[in-house]
Design a binder for this molecule. Sequence first.
Ligand code: SF4
Length: 347
Amino acid sequence: MVSNFDKPDIRGLSLKELEDVFQAMGEKTFRSRQVFDWIYKKGAMDFDVMLNLSSTLRGKLKEKFALALPSVVSEHYSQDGTKKFLLAMFDGEKVETVLIPSKARATVCVSTQAGCKFGCKFCASGIGGWTRNLTSAEIMTEVLYAKSKSHAQPLSHIVFMGTGEPLDNYENLMKAIRLINSSDGLGIAARRITVSTCGVIPQIRKMAAEGLQIELAISLHGYNDESRKVLMPVNKKYPMNELILACREYIKATNRQITFEYILIKDVTCSPQAVRELGVLLKGMICKMNLIPYNPVSEFDHKTPTRQEMFDFQDSLQRAGIHATIRTPRGRDVAAACGQLRHDQKK
Ligand code: SF4
């Protein structure tokens, strides 16, 4: 279990916060680095293994904090190597975490909320609505659990593309990112951390000012306000032109290219008009487009285009000056689309 109602989980604390706790306990602050080393470098999920701490100190830490293996509801192993975990939080809320190994790297796809309030019309995560934000400790527990399961390659990339809108849980997200990025924590470069958002503009601007080169991915899924509104209600609040402006500002502030996620739904998103309008919208922008074949969810009536239709659309985008690649679906045999497993489990 990730935590309980009485004690905070130690994985939610920054090194500075833990040093302050040690100081208040009358302990040497360098001990907090040893604890960090156990958790982030050696993968400890139990205070008892921290043998360079005295048993008295371990006892004090146990009294004050929770540190445990997450409660694993189910694990699913895809034929393509993708591993999907359904983890239960302290209050029984379930979240899904996906480990995606490839030849050269291992990526974990992390959830940031239990459910989602944005209700995109192709996504299983939004169907049951939003329950609550995950704490930074819960987010870190997902990451650390996936790390412990990544055997062939060390965990190298983090993508915040699981259930929930990461920028709607901004403070916990940023705290987790700093723990992942810090050399005292997991030491994973910001350029290997991707935050995917449906387009929460004020938070995109806030993240641009963090001084970190975090990769930004935008769920675009439409070529103008009309088409985007149909699939993404968030567009009513944050229209496309302003979103694209915030993206251009983000590129300027971070010097990073932006990825636009674009779902391929037959007769909905991949038309000649879409190519024309996207060409104008993204003109001159340092960006790439990730084309995602629609992964069927029974509640929605969409269809996946044929392979040829997808290639034709990709080709037209390239000719319009947009660098586009088609994402290879991973883990389809274990319902690895965003929120699908959690949703299936709730049905
Ligand atoms: S795509 Fe993202 S923002 Fe939209 S409903 Fe799914 S999890 Fe929420």
